[in-house]
Design a protein around this ligand. Structure first.
Ligand code: GDP
Length: 206
C-alpha cells in the first residue's frame, strides 16, 4: 500500500437515502461508494471504519435496504455512499432487477463519484456482479478498492490460497479485512481517503 494520510476513523453523519437520482443530495463533494453482496459484512465494515457500532443500522431498517444511503464525512469532506446489497438468494427476480437498476443508475449518473469500494466475503469467488461492477467503474475512470472481508474465518494456509485465487481473478489486488480482529482497517481507511481525494493512481493499487 502506498503511504498516504490515514484518518484515525471516518466521521460519518447520515444525511439521507435515495431510491432514484432525483433524491440524491445536491452537493458537489466527492463520493466514495461501497458495494457488496448481501451478508458480505458491509454494515460491519462501515461500523468498524466509523469507530462506532450504530452507524450502518440505518441501512438495515426494514424498507430501507433497497435504498442508497448517504453519509457525509465531516473531517475530510467527502461522502460515503452505501449501495444496496445484491445477490440475495431468496429475493424475487423483480426485486433483484430493482436493486440492479438503483445501483446502475447511481453508478451511471453520479458525476461526483470518485471511487468504489467493492467488498467480497474472502471465501467466495468473484461472480458476474463483481466483474460487472469492476468493468463499469473502469469504463467511467472510477477507481476501485477491492476488499476481501471476514479474513478471521480462515487459517493461514487456506487464506494464502484464497488470496492467490482472488488476486488472479482479473479484478486487481485484494486487501484483506476483518471487522472482528480489525485487521486491514488501516489499509482500508487509507484507501478510502485516497479514493476520496483522487490520489489513488491505478485501479487495484493501494
Ligand atoms: P451486510 O449484510 O453486508 O451489511 O453484512 P453484516 O455486516 O450485517 O454481516 C453479515 C454477517 O457476517 C453477520 O452475522 C456478521 O456478524 C458477520 N460478519 C461481518 N463481518 C465479519 C468479519 O469480519 N468476521 C466474521 N467472522 N464475521 C463477520
Amino acid at each position: 500500500m502506498r503511504s498516504g494520510p490515514k484518518p484515525e476513523r471516518l466521521r460519518l453523519d447520515y444525511t439521507g437515502s435515495a431510491a432514484t437520482a432525483a433524491e440524491y443530495p445536491a452537493w458537489a463533494i466527492a463520493e466514495v461508494a461501497v458495494a457488496g453482496r448481501s451478508n458480505c459484512g458491509k454494515s460491519s465494515l462501515l461500523n468498524c471504519l466509523g469507530g462506532r457500532s450504530d452507524l450502518a443500522r440505518v441501512s438495515k431498517t426494514p424498507g430501507r435496504t433497497q435504498r442508497i444511503h448517504f453519509f457525509r464525512e465531516t473531517a475530510l469532506d467527502f461522502a460515503l455512499v452505501d449501495l444496496p446489497g445484491y445477490g440475495f438468494a431468496r429475493v424475487s427476480k423483480a426485486d433483484r432487477a430493482r436493486f440492479a437498476a438503483a445501483v446502475d443508475e447511481y453508478l451511471r449518473e453520479r458525476r461526483n463519484l470518485r471511487g468504489l469500494v467493492l467488498l467480497l466475503d474472502v471465501r467466495r469467488t468473484p461472480e458476474a456482479e463483481e466483474h460487472m461492477l469492476a468493468e463499469f467503474t473502469a469504463s467511467r475512470g472510477i477507481r476501485l478498492l477491492l476488499v476481501a472481508t471476514k479474513v478471521d474465518k480462515l487459517g493461514r494456509a487456506e487464506r494464502a490460497r484464497r488470496f492467490r485465487e482472488l488476486d488472479s481473478a482479473g479484478l486487481g489486488r485484494w486487501v484483506g479485512f476483518s471487522s472482528i480482529s480489525r485487521e486491514g482497517r488501516d489499509e482500508v481507511l487509507r484507501g478510502v481517503a485516497a479514493l476520496a481525494s483522487g490520489q489513488m493512481e491505478n485501479a487495484g493499487e493501494v
